[in-house]
Design a protein around this ligand. Structure first.
Ligand code: PLP
Length: 394
């Protein structure tokens, strides 16, 4: 046996996204790439904004001595200051470079946070449907993920959260705009969650953090704004990246921001920097830190994503699919028209449509489609969706 028992068992429960992606490869070989409608992966279809290429060109033409060396494990002070300046504006709080740690994407950042705060057996609460990697990340650091289903319209079910919090709870992780539902949590919900966590922290005598995973914060539609979590929640730690807002997922650049209102914020940051180093990340990629410093107020053009959302949302609802209209991110999460979401995904495959069963997000009975793909493929998929709906008697 070359693998640990745990990794072997995780592989056995291989991710649905991966399974469907492999199925897509098989179908592409048979039918040709333009006849397969692969809605499985959350990989941005748009290119980074032009400002990114300009910055890249500048750095290539005028390299600075030492620009590829190690730096402080927290990242470049200029980059951290640029991030802090925007967060201070959004939250009205005195954010400074010392509250920011640059990370290897949001995935790297979440691992750093969990390593820094979790004792063995302590719990992190996630709200389903949720990004399935959370379970593996928490497990990496000896913690246990406890899943509480969302309430109406996929918003947090506060009474259920209250009941789930125990003296083992170390954090509640939220993700707004949400993968897979596209829901954005309103300010009032954040305020209620903040109150609950404060109350429970007092009751249990330990800080409970709200970890706000926000890589989609700038991918929002219809003028919706994502409220600053720092305004409403005292013990907030934000983890985010430029994977989606600057379309740079392969470049692995993100950051952690610790609320200046957290008692012991400086010690927490010290722990995070230590974990960034000792998890082997050492520091976030140097070149990317330099590039994103001047791009904190820039993002991809969301109009393109909105056009895709609108087209698919209207087509699918007109066929009878039921879903919450997403306000952000680039996913739809309709109810499965068959009680068994895996069976529905199999039926969709017959029409060369690839989607992921809701069970893969801790919410069976739904399916996720990622519309961050070429508009032409989306348009070509519409008759296939119609045929699928007819076949299912919708
Ligand atoms: N959190 C959520 C909700 C995501 O959807 C993703 C990526 O899809 C991540 C975190 C990880 O993003 P990153 O590429 O920054 O590691």
């Amino acid at each position: 046996m070359v693998l640990s028992d745990k990794v072997a068992s995780f592989l056995n429960r291989a991710s649905w996204i991966r399974k469907m992606f492999e199925e897509g490869d098989r179908l592409r070989k048979i039918h040709g790439a333009d006849q397969v409608f692969d809605f499985t992966l959350g990989n941005p279809s748009v290119e980074p904004p032009p400002q990114f290429r300009e910055e890249l060109k500048k750095l290539a033409l005028h390299p600075e001595p030492g620009m590829h060396r190690y730096m402080s494990n927290a990242g470049y002070p200029e980059t951290r200051s640029a991030v802090a300046e925007v967060l201070a504006e959004q939250s009205g709080l005195p954010f400074a470079a010392r509250h920011i740690v640059m990370t290897v994407g949001a995935g790297g950042g979440l691992n750093v946070v969990f390593k820094a705060i979790l004792n063995p057996g302590e719990e992190v609460i996630a709200i389903s449907p949720y990004f399935v990697e959370y379970g593996f990340y928490v497990d990496n650091h000896g913690g246990v993920l406890k899943v509480v289903p969302a309430g109406a319209d996929f918003l947090p079910d506060l009474p259920a959260l209250r009941a789930a919090i125990t003296d083992k709870t170390r954090a509640v992780i939220i993700n707004s705009p949400n993968n897979p539902t596209g829901v954005v949590y309103p300010a009032a919900v954040l305020a209620q969650l903040g109150q609950l966590v404060e109350e429970k922290s007092r009751e249990t005598g330990r800080e409970i953090f709200v970890i706000s995973d926000e890589p989609y914060a700038k991918i929002v539609y219809d003028g919706v704004q994502v409220p600053s979590v720092f305004k409403y929640i005292t013990n907030a730690v934000m983890v985010t990246s430029h994977s989606k807002d600057l379309a740079l997922p392969g470049e692995r650049i993100g950051y952690i921001a610790v609320s200046p209102r957290i008692e012991g914020a400086d010690t927490l940051v010290e722990g995070l920097v230590f974990c960034n180093r000792t998890l082997g990340f050492v520091n976030a990629p140097a070149l990317m830190q330099r590039l994103v410093t001047g791009l904190q107020r820039v993002s991809v053009d969301v109009a393109e994503y909105q056009a895709k959302r609108d087209l698919l949302y209207h087509h699918l609802t007109s066929l009878g699919f039921q879903m919450v209209q997403p306000q952000g991110a680039f996913y739809l999460f309709p109810k499965s028209p068959l009680p068994d979401d895996i069976e529905f995904c199999r039926q969709a495959l017959k029409h060369n449509i690839l989607v992921v069963p809701g069970g893969g997000f801790g919410a069976p009975g739904y399916f996720r489609l990622a519309y961050c793909i070429d508009m032409e493929i989306i348009k070509r998929s519409l008759p296939a969706w119609t045929a699928l709906a007819r076949e299912l008697g919708m």
